[in-house]
Write a protein that binds this ligand. Structure first.
Ligand code: PHE
Length: 367
């Protein structure tokens, strides 16, 4: 009788000594490749640091990354594979809210904790108690930009929304609600779809409404074209936007047409705090580039998961879920992260402006 027990014990410890498998799904290619590339670089840097320091619970983390090609339908397939085939204990992803919303129900059904680094639409964490995020949500982000518009004396705003993205639809709604509630006027609402290339009809209509500014809560690929075409049509007012503007091709395509425009986001690499400076240095040394928001949020998401595994003392889903939920005052590169009972992070936003071929810090807004 002793024999099988010994054998079983040895087998168990061997399994436990192996790597802890963590899944990641990201848009490494396709229309929003900039999102996935950045978040993946940040996530990977964190995992390498964790492993260099001995891993967690004495085991290294093995990051299993899958590319969803920026395509609807892919996140569901990938996340199913990560859970059933790779047996991951948790999942990190995605940046775009619509992608996270596709994967979240599958993680929830399987009781596999999922942490989105950057999806800001409120519906993402509403899917269930296994779904978390390390960023703020759009009711806050929308209010930040509405207040900023009012502070600048812009009273008449036109809004141009991407109807294919939960992120864009939600952020437009929260901005409009706050702007109207505070005496502002929405003089025109226009719509487009992800992948569109010609925005002249919508911009012509917007120009005719004589707005003081135009709120464009979209992603960088379309926003860069919108900015260019707006200038060509002689629309001279500032464009306002949210975190979705961040992407390496935004200014490459938009050139100077976004100069004097403003957007809200999560992180500024100009931040003078020691934590951010260290992160920027390490990131630059590894990748030869400055980290953006998604990189910083990807880094924080992996660090929070590692901390939670340590706290739980196990990778078992129940205690791990509980440990992530109790994340408090985590010193992240995107700020201090405390998860609220809805599993969202209440954090400051930054407002950035565009000029001289780059982004410049304007101010930080506390929740
Ligand atoms: N917040 C966006 C969304 O939910 C994603 C995003 C985050 C894009 C940060 C860029 C930077 O879809």
């Amino acid at each position: 009788m002793i024999f099988p027990a010994l054998f079983f014990g040895a087998w168990i410890s061997e399994v436990n000594a192996g790597p802890i498998r963590v899944g990641e799904f990201a848009s490494l290619t396709g229309a929003s490749a900039s999102f996935g590339q950045s978040s993946h670089k940040g996530t990977k840097l964190a995992v390498e640091e964790i492993n260099a320091a001995g891993g967690v619970l004495g085991r290294p983390i093995e990051l299993i990354t899958e590319d969803d090609q920026s395509q609807a339908g892919q996140p569901a397939t990938i996340v199913r594979k990560l859970i059933s085939q790779d047996k991951v204990i948790a999942i990190l992803g995605e940046v775009a809210s619509s992608k996270s919303l596709e994967a979240a129900p599958i993680c929830q059904q399987n009781k596999i904790p999922m942490i989105s680094p950057a999806s800001t639409n409120p519906k993402v964490t509403e899917v269930g108690d296994c779904i978390f995020r390390v960023c703020f949500i759009d009711p806050f982000q929308g209010t930040v930009m509405s207040k900023f518009a009012r502070e600048n004396g812009w009273k008449k705003i036109a809004v141009l929304t991407d109807v294919k993205q939960d992120y864009s639809v939600g952020l437009a709604e929260f901005f409009i609600k706050d702007f109207l509630a505070n005496g502002g006027q929405i003089v025109r609402e226009q719509k487009y779809s992800t992948g569109d290339k010609d925005f002249k009809p919508q911009l012509t209509s917007i120009k005719a409404s004589q707005p003081d500014a135009v709120f464009v809560p979209g992603y960088y690929a379309e926003v860069s074209l919108i900015a260019k075409q707006a200038k060509l049509l002689g629309l001279k007012v500032p464009l306002l936007g949210g975190d979705g503007w961040v992407g390496d091709s935004l200014l490459k395509v938009a050139g100077k047409s976004l100069d004097g425009s403003f957007f809200s986001s999560h992180f500024s690499s100009d931040d003078a705090s020691l934590m951010v400076r260290n992160f920027v240095e390490k990131f630059k040394a590894k990748y030869g580039e400055v980290p953006d928001d998604m990189a910083a949020l990807g880094y924080d998401s992996a660090m929070i998961l590692a901390d939670a595994i340590r706290t739980a003392g196990t990778t078992d889903s129940g205690p791990l879920r509980q440990a992530i939920a109790s994340t408090a005052s985590h010193a992240g590169v995107t700020g201090k992260i405390t998860l609220d009972p809805q599993r969202n992070a209440s954090k400051s936003a930054v407002i950035l402006t565009i000029g001289d071929g780059g982004f410049h810090f304007v101010k930080k807004v506390e929740p």
